[in-house]
Design a protein around this ligand. Structure first.
Ligand code: IFM
Length: 472
């Protein structure tokens, strides 16, 4: 175990304490870390197929080996324990548990039982996500998320995983970021399965939300005392580039399709009228919605997973019907602007104040629903120094600033109950391959050696003190 505190604690002018029992942890996702894609009876997922297509992934990378977490999870759990992580958020690979999306593989379930037992043995709370984008390819062959039946298959899968692990997992998330699964997978085509059809993207979005609602019904029916069920949405607050109604309208459009479109039906508010109007010309949504769907989707959740990385700057176009440079369904008459200020290696801007505003807005908009920041973190160009250490001051600063932002939201009344950094490990960053490192733990993808970055040491101290340095 490495020692050594990043400077930031020594220079701190004070500390900001977090509430008692605040849930600290780290997140990963199955396809991004597991590898072992043909082992343990696992069937192919859409990401196995998509990464095999030429030109889709930077450097032709795949998740075939990734961080080899499938084999190395005991070592990784030891790292978590060394960091004092109280919680680990991971996702189950549907095609490991049901290789064709429908037929149960005991081997697959056993793998996750072992992982969960390893975590429990170290007093680490498992936070299990059922779907982080790796749909079994067999279901994609039947239409994937364009098909309503996929929502029923997902509910059956959720019930199966809960039957197997419900005696040892209390924190459940149905779906991670349906926005990405639908709009990047079926709309812009930069994610698996790679379709570029805006109407299909809206259909897929509805079916993903329906799948969440149907799974909630199964999970609640099997629920044991102390269990909590949630959904994780990715939010990008829209920042208008100027004042006046046109700018406000540009922000409304982006916020509508990116944020409220996924949130409002879950809260029982239905799809927002303004967004329905924006996407009416696209098709694919009205025809997908059946009687009773919105009631199913609005099944009460115990907490909302809030994934936040950066805001999006927007500006109006002169012609309200002109095509947008942003390929989200229905967007017209506005453009997304380049990010400003300090950027991460992904080119995302670092605006922690937007996280505070988001959490405070969510507190108001959801009527005080408990919130957990289920993902937040940053990619930077990390390198191993001659002293064999990874000094990542930019990530330490990013984390400190965003933790202060969370603290400010709590101070302002938001019921934020936890923070799960993205990510525990450097991993397969989707279309960017291994070029973007988000981990607080460095992974050498040649040797699979893990090394703690300074940010991991910083985070370890945050957890131990239940506090973040107030400022430097
Ligand atoms: O790596 C992803 C993760 O899978 C979902 N949320 C955003 C992260 C960073 O891009």
């Amino acid at each position: 175990m490495l020692d050594g505190k990043p400077e930031i604690w020594g220079q701190a002018t004070g500390v900001l304490n977090f509430p008692q029992r605040f849930l600290w942890g780290a997140s990963t996702a199955s396809y991004q870390v597991e590898g072992g894609v043909t082992e343990g009876g696992r069937g192919p997922s859409i990401w196995d197929v998509f990464t095999g297509l030429p030109g889709k992934i930077q450097d032709g990378a795949t998740g075939e080996v990734a961080c080899d977490h499938f084999h190395r999870y005991p070592e990784d759990v030891t790292i978590m324990a060394d960091l004092g992580l109280p919680a680990y958020r991971f996702s189950v690979s549907w095609s490991r548990v049901m290789p064709d999306g429908k037929t149960v593989s005991q081997q697959g379930l056993d793998h996750y039982r072992r992982l969960v037992d390893e975590l429990r043995g170290r007093d680490i709370e498992p936070v299990l996500t059922l779907y982080h984008w790796d749909l079994p390819q067999a279901l994609e062959d039947e239409g994937g998320w364009r098909s309503r039946e996929t929502a029923d298959h997902f509910a059956a899968y959720a019930a199966t995983v809960h039957q197997a692990l419900g005696d040892r997992v209390n924190q459940w998330t149905t779906i991670n970021e349906p926005f990405c699964a639908a709009f990047l997978g079926y709309g812009s085509g930069i994610h698996a399965p790679g379709h570029t059809d805006p109407a299909a993207a809206l259909t897929a979005a509805h079916h993903l939300l329906l799948a969440h609602g149907k799974a909630m019904r199964e999970l609640r029916a099997q629920s044991a005392p102390g269990q909590e069920f949630s959904l994780a949405l990715n939010f990008s607050p829209a920042l208008a580039d100027g004042h006046g109604p046109e700018h406000a309208e540009a922000a409304r459009k982006f916020d509508g399709i990116h944020n409220r479109f996924f949130l409002d039906p879950v809260l029982g508010k239905g799809y927002p009228d303004d967004v329905l109007a924006d996407v009416a010309h696209v098709g694919g949504l009205e025809s997908a919605i059946q009687d009773g769907d919105l009631a199913t989707i609005s099944a009460p959740i115990d907490w909302l997973g809030v994934n936040y990385y950066a805001p999006t700057r927007v500006a109006p176009l002169d012609d309200p019907h002109a095509p947008s440079n942003c390929p989200l369904p229905g967007l017209r008459g506005m453009d997304v602007l380049p990010p400003r200020g300090r950027l991460t290696a992904f080119g995302w801007e670092q605006t922690p104040g937007s996280l505070t505003e988001l959490l405070r807005w969510l507190n108001w908009h959801t009527g005080g629903l408990p919130l957990i920041v289920a993902e937040n973190g940053a990619a930077f160009e990390d390198s191993v120094d001659p002293d064999d250490r990874i000094h990542d001051p930019d990530r330490v600063t990013y984390l400190a600033e965003h933790l202060r932002a969370v603290h400010a939201a709590i101070d302002g009344g938001a019921d934020v109950r936890g923070y799960l950094v993205w990510s525990l490990l450097d991993n397969f960053e989707w279309s960017m391959g291994y070029s973007k490192r988000f981990g607080i733990v460095h992974v050498d993808f040649e040797t699979q050696r893990r090394r703690l970055k300074d940010s991991a040491l910083f985070y370890r101290d945050v957890i131990a003190r239940n506090a973040v340095p107030a400022g430097v």
